[in-house]
Every structure is written in C-alpha cells, then in structure tokens.
Design a binder for this molecule. Structure first.
Ligand code: ADP
Ligand code: MG
Length: 265
C-alpha cells in the first residue's frame, strides 16, 4: 500500500520540556507477513500541566499509543519518557512502581471491582502498592467528586457517570503527575460526560496534572488545550485551543481520507 505523507512533524528541538515524551516510537503487532505496524515512528511531547485530546479513526493506533506512553505496553523500538525517566530502560518491577507512583488510568469501562465498595475500589491500587493513605484522603477525594454519599456502595448500584467518577477518584488518590484516559466518556450520556470532563479539566487547572485523553467526541476534545489527530499510526495534525466544530471538521476530513485508502492500513 502507499502511505500518505503528512505535513506534520515535531522538530526534535521542541522535545524536552514535556511530561510525557515519545521519540520515534514504533509498535509492531505480530510477525512476518501478518505483522501490523500499529505505531509508525511517533515523536510527540505532552507538555506539563496541559490537557491533550487524541482523536483519530478507529483502529488508527490511539489505544496502543496510550498503552506505550503509559508503560502498559513496550514499544518495538523508540523511547518513551515520563518526567525525564526513560521507560524503555526500566525492568518490570521499576516500571510497575513508576506506574503506581506517578500515573493514573481511566478507561471507558471504568474497570471497577464489582464486589468491592466505592471506598475499597478507590484505595485498591494504593494498597496493592503498599503505599500509605493519608488520613482523610479518601473522604476528601470522594467529597471532591460528589461521591461522599456512596462510600460504602457497590459499583452496580451507581450510574455510569458515578462509576466513572469513582475511577477518577481512584486515579487521583495516588496523586499522579500524569493521567491517561482512553475514551473516558465513551459510555456516558452528555450530561455525565460533561461532569467527568469538568473534573479532568480541574485536575489540570487546579491539580497541576498532565492529561492525555483519547476520545471520539469533538465536544470532549474541546475541553482539552490541544487535539492531536492520529491516523495510520502517526500524528497527522494538531489543533490548539480547539472548538468542538473545528475538531469535528478535522476528524471528518481524516475519516474521508481513511475511507479513500480503503479503511485499512
Ligand atoms: P484505536 O484505539 O485507534 O482504535 P488500537 O490501538 O486499539 O486502535 O489498534 C490499532 C491496530 O492495532 C488495530 O488494527 C488493532 O487490530 C491492532 N492491534 C491492537 N492490539 C493488538 C494486539 N495485541 N495484537 C495484534 N494487533 C493488535
Ligand atoms: Mg482504542
């Protein structure tokens, strides 16, 4: 297949001031003739204390990008650093520790443990990591997320928006420098989505965190400081101070190009 050449390239000099940096990250799934190059040499920096949305056609590699950036998956080649720590050189134990101490994760499916209460779900990663939980921290984070009435409730009794707020509380309790979110509002109605997005925005503006969020929704993307557009395993465009309309227009253009190329990589 021919590969479209895109105009966007990050100058190497622009890298270095970022919380999360990817340099020439390649990820190949499978081997031989069936091998798929899911990430095709991604170089990108996510500046500290900013909120970046990642948009792109389904199958373009967004989740893989997030997994590699967050140290949940290892690139085939290239390097990733978080606040100056090179992930690709860490062994599994050190990588796990870095993830637990520095990073937070939020997924579309909430990933709560159904048999545990809200408070137990929120404290679980800290307990796994044997990290001390400061007195009052759980109550504070639940109050901040409007969940104080639900401390002892189990996830099944909560709405989708409430469950995602539990997942955010769980991420925030660990005081992460960076939060990675993969379609966090994908299963929510627009009102619950707006609440969740407001909480994430606050985690950047008041909490000083860095957020990288994959989303399909231009309205969600408009909450971010910038939208990075992804196609065929590469960054192909970026929009600063996005409006929902502008994000939607760029996505539509990208999807057209994707369909013209047969929707395959
Ligand atoms: P997106 O999140 O943009 O929809 P993904 O990162 O999930 O895209 O997937 C990108 C491509 O990589 C898809 O073609 C998918 O089938 C493939 N892929 C993802 N994970 C694996 C895997 N573990 N093994 C093989 N192929 C994979
Ligand atoms: Mg995905």
């Amino acid at each position: 297949m021919t590969r479209t050449v895109y105009p966007v390239n990050v100058p190497e000099a622009a890298l270095g001031r970022n919380s999360v940096e990817l340099r020439q990250v390649v990820k190949v799934h499978g081997q031989g003739p069936t091998a798929v190059r899911v990430l095709d040499g991604v170089s990108w920096g996510f500046p500290r204390r900013t909120f970046t949305a990642v948009m792109g056609p389904s199958g373009s590699g967004k989740s893989t990008l997030l997994q590699c950036a967050a140290g949940l998956d290892r690139p085939t080649s290239g390097s990733v650093s978080i606040d100056g720590t090179e992930l690709t050189t860490l062994d599994e134990t050190a990588l796990t520790r870095l993830r637990r101490d520095r990073l937070g994760f939020i997924f579309q499916s909430y990933n709560l443990v159904p048999t545990l209460t809200v408070a137990q779900n929120v404290t679980l990663p800290m307990e796994f990591a044997s990290r001390p939980i400061p007195a009052g921290a759980v109550r504070n984070v639940l109050a901040r997320l409007g969940l104080e009435q639900h401390t002892h409730t189990r996830p099944a009794a909560l709405s989708g928006g409430q469950q995602q707020r539990v997942a955010i509380a769980r991420a925030l309790l660990g005081d992460p420098a960076v939060i990675f979110a993969d379609e966090p509002t994908g299963a929510l109605d627009s009102r619950a989505a707006a609440e969740v997005l407001g909480l994430l925005r606050g985690a950047v503006d008041s909490g000083g965190r860095t957020i990288v969020m994959v989303t399909h929704d231009p309205v969600a993307a408009a909450v971010a400081d910038a939208v990075v557009f992804f196609a065929d395993g590469r960054v192909v465009d970026v929009l600063h101070r996005p409006s929902a309309d502008a994000a939607a227009a760029r996505m539509a253009r990208l999807a057209d190009g994707f369909a013209e190329r047969g929707g395959v990589r």
